[in-house]
Design a binder for this molecule. Structure first.
Ligand SMILES: [Mn+2]
Length: 389
């Protein structure tokens, strides 16, 4: 080997469905592209950065699909490195780990206090692949009771420090964390399909890019939009497919990493082409189903109707043309005025104004200053308001 080539695969979520549509066929289509890319580009290893399955108890067809994928990669003599994500059961994913290693499938799904370390070789010397399963700060604390660990950044930093990375060699880490840039200054852009807990991620869960300073490439999973975080070698590959209606603008890609001499890292993004795209269609029913406007009718589509009048059974009409239509809503005079009402209701109003309005609605007359004083005192006591009189 002259250089080491790696493919970085982000969140797979095998077994996921989009509303009532089972995505197994779409997922197999993408995984086949990954196998083909691995073969075409003569890669040495494929890195799977967690959220392998969509749930901790995957369905049989999901398990069968991963089994097929790993076998395909093993057959073309490509090594696979796989970690767990927050959606996976770490114990279940770790199943057969020592046996799989004989077939060049390396799993780091259960955190046991240490970074998993494997070494590839080329003419330049070793390339170390480190595996960090999805961890929480509390996991790490159990193994380092003496260490100062208050958040995920310190937890990950502690595990990496303990691994004593030899920075004269080339080092790659596979991790599944919320990495939010240098000093948490540039949080990643979410795709909207990451799942509960990710969207409202608190500062404690965020990891600074700096903790990965010793690595020549950081193969991240967790965030579904493909992007770099801070420097270009710290990267989210993104999910393999668009997994939500909010995730329609980013095309998915597969980072191909070529490691030359120490310090020489080339990153190419290979496009991933889905079997069916996920997209939005907007217009009046007449336009949407007009013959000249019908295209890629097998796609998963979200439809926004702009007709002023509501159409009876609109979804079944759409589905005759777009059998994978997922959801339908309206954008017309009526919905826009509703939105305005909601927006005006959300404007910041003082406790006094809200209370006065409420009183007016219930009793049909204005609240007296004495009554307002009593209400305000009660609200302050309850901690609802700290407004002064
Ligand atoms: Mn995920």
């Amino acid at each position: 080997m002259i250089v080491v080539k790696l493919l970085h695969v982000g969140d797979l979520h095998i077994g996921k469905s989009l509303f009532k549509f089972d995505l197994i066929e779409d997922q197999k289509y993408i995984l086949q592209q990954i196998v083909n890319a691995a073969e075409k580009h003569h890669v040495d290893a494929v890195l799977l950065a967690g959220d392998i399955y969509d749930t901790s108890q995957p369905a049989e067809k999901a398990v069968n699909l991963l089994d097929w994928f790993l076998r395909e990669l093993a057959q073309i003599k490509v090594k696979t490195f796989m970690i767990s994500g927050n959606h996976d059961s770490d114990v279940r994913l770790n199943f057969g780990k020592s046996f799989f290693a004989k077939e060049n499938i390396y799993i780091g799904a259960v955190f046991d206090g240490k970074l998993g370390k494997y070494t590839l070789e080329d003419e330049q010397g070793p390339v170390n692949i480190y595996l960090l399963p999805f961890i929480k700060a509390s996991h790490v604390k159990q193994y380092f009771p003496e260490a100062e660990i208050n958040d995920y950044s310190e937890a990950v930093a502690q595990v990496i420090e303990d691994a004593a990375i030899d920075t004269s060699e080339r080092n790659v880490i596979v991790a599944h964390q919320f990495v939010a840039g240098s000093n948490l200054s540039t949080p990643p852009e979410l795709a909207g399909s990451e799942g509960t807990g990710t969207i409202s991620v608190g500062l404690v869960e965020q990891v600074k890019t700096e903790v990965f300073a010793d690595f020549d490439y950081v193969a991240l999973g967790h965030i579904h939009s493909p992007q770099q975080v801070g420097r270009s070698e710290v990267r989210y590959a993104g999910s393999i497919l668009k997994y939500s209606d909010k995730d329609t603008k980013h095309e998915k890609s597969l980072p191909l990493i070529t490691l030359g001499k120490k310090g020489e890292v080339k990153i190419e993004l290979l496009p991933l082409k889905p079997l069916r795209d996920v997209r939005h269609i907007k217009g009046c029913m007449k336009e949407i189903i007009a013959k000249e406007n019908l295209k890629d009718t097998d796609d998963y589509v979200y439809v926004t109707l702009q007709d002023e009048d509501y159409i009876n059974d609109a979804m079944s009409i759409i589905q005759q043309y777009y059998p994978h239509a997922i959801n339908l809503d309206y954008d017309n005079q009526h919905t826009r005025s509703m939105e305005q009402v909601e927006a005006s209701q959300q404007e910041e109003r003082s406790f006094k104004e809200i209370a006065a309005d409420f009183y007016q609605q219930i009793f049909g007359e204005e609240i007296t200053p004495e009554e307002m004083e009593i209400l305000e005192a009660a609200a302050r006591e309850a901690g609802i308001t700290n407004e002064a009189n």
